[in-house]
Design a protein around this ligand. Sequence first.
Ligand code: PLP
Length: 431
Amino acid sequence: MPGRNFLFVPGPSNVPDRILRAMHRPMEDHRSSAFPGLIRPILEDLNRVFATTSGQAFVFPATGTGMWETALVNTLSPGDRVLAPRYGQFSHLFIDCAQRLGLTVDVLQTPWGEGAPLEQIEAALTADQQHAIKGVLVVHNETSTGVTSDIAGVRKAIDAAGHPALLYVDSVSGLASLPFEMDAWGVDAAITGSQKGFMLPPGLGILGMSQRALAKRDQAKCARVFFDLGDMRKANATGYFPYTPSIPLLYGLRESLDMLFEEGLPQVYARHHRLAEGCRRAVAAWGLTLCAKQPKWNSDTVSAIMVPTGINGADVIDVAFRRYNLALGAGLSEMAGKLLRIGHLGDLNELMLLGALAGAEMAMRDAGVKVALGAGVAAAQEYFRSTAAPLPARDAAAPPETRARPGSATGSGGRSGGGDTPAARKTAIGA
Ligand SMILES: *Cc1c(COP(=O)(O)O)cnc(C)c1O
C-alpha cells in the first residue's frame, strides 16, 4: 500500500526512523565488557524521566502488565490488602492482576470518565486505623477513557489520612508524554512500557521504585522468579542483566532517551498538551463530547470521543482502517462501540494529527455520524495557527524581511527559511 499507515491508536505509538535505525544492529554478547557502557547510563537517564533522584529504575524484557506484577510481588505478601479505584479497563486489569496474585483488593467503584476519587481514597485510608491497607493502586492516565488523574492529589489524600500505604502508579500511557514527578508526588512504584511515550516497539517493561518500596522486598512473600528485583538489582549493579535482555530494544531506548532530552522534557509535555488541545477543538466542532467528564481529567495523550447514539463506534474504526489506512482506538469493555479513541502521543506533530482528524471525519461520515467534513480539521487548524511558535532555528536562518515578527501568529516567514536541520526542528516544537 502506498504511503504510511496512519497509526493513531494510543499505543503502540509511531516509532521514529531514528529509533528504527538505532535498533537495526547485529546481536552482540550481553556479557561483554562493553555492555555496561550501554546499560548504566540508560538506567540513570530513566530516573530523569521519572523525576527521581532517590528512586531506582529497572528495565525488563516484558510489557506494562509485567511491571504491575513486578511492583506488587516484590513488595507484598498473599492476603495483603490494597486499595484501588476502578474507572476504566486498565484500572480494572491492574486490580485483576493484584487479585490473581492473591492480594485482597478494596475496590472503589468510580464511574468511567472520572479520575481517581481523592476524597474516597482519603476516607478509606482514614477509616483503616490498623493500617491493614498496604498499598494504593492508581492509573495515572486511563487509556480506555482518556482520563488523567491527579497523582499529586492522591499523595495528598494518603498523607492527609496519615497512612503509610505505598503508592503504586500505572503511567503506561503517561510517562514520557505527560508531566510525571516520582519524588515530588511520593510515588513508590512507577510503572510503564516501551510502546507509548517512549516511541519504541512493545517489549520493554520500565519500572521506577522508591527506596521505601525496595525495602519491602525482604518481607514480601509473593512468589517471584523472572520478576525478582533482587536478582535484577544485583546484576544491574555491575551493568548487566540476570538473563538475556532485549538488546535491540535497549539500543532503541538509548536513542529514545536522547530524543526526549534533545527536545527537552518540558517541551515534550507542552507539545503533547498543544496537540491534544487541537484534537479537543476538533471534537467540539464535530458537536461530540469526550468520555472524560470534566476538563481537569482531559488526557493529553489520548482523546476518547463518544459517538452519537445509534452509531457503532466499531464501524467508524473499521471503515477508517479499511478505506483510509487509519488506525483509531476502539472502545473497550464497558465502552465497546460507544466511543472511539485518537491517540496523540509520542512522535507526533500538528500535520500528522490533522491527517488523522481528516480521516476520522471521513470515517465518521461513512459510518453515519452527521459531522460536516472539514469542521474538526478547521477548528484544529485555527488553534494550531493561533498558537504556533515559529520554529526558532529556522526563523533565525531566514532572510530578515521574511522573518516572523515576535508575537506573529502565522510564523509563515520563519518556516520558509533555511536551517532545516533535525536539531532545529526538535528544539522548536512546543517552545
Ligand atoms: C497500554 C496500557 C497498559 C498495558 O500495557 P502492556 O504493555 O500492553 O502490558 C497498562 N496500563 C495502561 C494505562 C495502558 O495504557
